[in-house]
Design a protein around this ligand. Sequence first.
Ligand code: NAP
Length: 276
Amino acid sequence: MSMNDFAVLSTGRKMPLVGLGTWKSEPGQVKQAVIWALQSGYRHIDCAPIYGNEPEIGEAFQEMMGPEKGIRREDVFVTSKLWNTKHHPDDVEPCSPKNLSYIVVVLNLNEFNSAVECKQQRNSSVASIKPTVLQVESHPYLAQVELLAHCRDRSLVMTAYSPLGSPDRAWKHPEEPVLLEEPAIAALAKKYNKTPAQIIIRWQTQRGVVTIPKSITESRIKENIQVFDFTLEPEEMNQVTAVHRGWRYIVPTITVDGKSVPRDAAHPHYPFNDPY
Ligand code: NAP
C-alpha cells in the first residue's frame, strides 16, 4: 500500500484506511477471515469483546505475527471498543484487546477511549482526553457530510462502520433500500470495472474516511482492499455523495404494542436526534 492509504491521527500514529470488520463473523469463521485479511495486506482489524470472537482473532494473530512470520504486531492497528456499561476505569482492562490472547502491545486503547470521549464531548463539551477517532455509521445513504466537516475541524479521523449497508444484520427488512444495488454506484462500478463495494470503499478512502468492511469470504476480503488502483473524478465523488438519503441501517429497536420502534429515542442524549 502507498502512504496515501493511511489516515494520520493527531497523535501522529497512522491508521490504515481500510480495515477488516469482525461483527457477526462467527467463531469458526473469523480466524480464517483475519488470516486471509493479513495475507491480503490488511493491517487494521476492527474488534470488540461484545462480538464474542476476540479469542479466535488472537489465535489468527498468533499464527500470522512474529519474528519469522513476516508481520510485526506493531504494524497492525487493532481497534477494540467498550460497551456502554463499561465506562468505569476498572472495566477497561478486561475489555481491552489483551483479550486477544496474543496482544502484548495495546496500540490504540487511547484512540478508542478518545472515541468514547468524543461522543461524550458532543453532548457535554467536556473531554479530558483529546479525541483522535470517531467511529460512526457512514455509507453513501448516510454520507455524514456535516459530521465529517466537524471532525476535520477538530483534527479527528472518522471511521465508517457498516460501510456496505450491513446486509447481514439480523433485523434486515425487505423494504429497506439496498445500498449495494444503488444505480449511481453500479454505473461507476461499470465504468471502472470494479464492484459496487469497491466504489463505495474508494469514495470513503478518497475523502479520508477509514472504512472497516466486514467479510468472511476470501474473494471479498481481497476485493475490498483492492481500491487504491483507481481514482474517482471530483464530479463522481459528488455523484456518490448525492445518493445520501439520511438512511441509518444500525438503529437499536424494541417492540412496543406490536410495533418496532427505536430504543431510547425519547432520551435527552439519544444521539440520532442530532442533525449529525
Ligand atoms: P458491512 O461491512 O457494511 O457489511 C458486511 C456484509 O457485506 C456481510 O454480509 C458481507 O458478507 C458483505 N460483503 C462484504 N464485502 C462484500 C463485497 N465486496 N460485495 C458484496 N458483499 C460484501 O457491515 P457491518 O459488519 O455492519 O459493518 C462493518 C464493521 O463495522 C463491523 O463488522 C464492525 O467491525 C464495525 N461496526 C461497528 C459498530 C459500532 O457501534 N462501533 C456498529 C456496526 C459495525 P460476507 O461476510 O458473507 O462475505
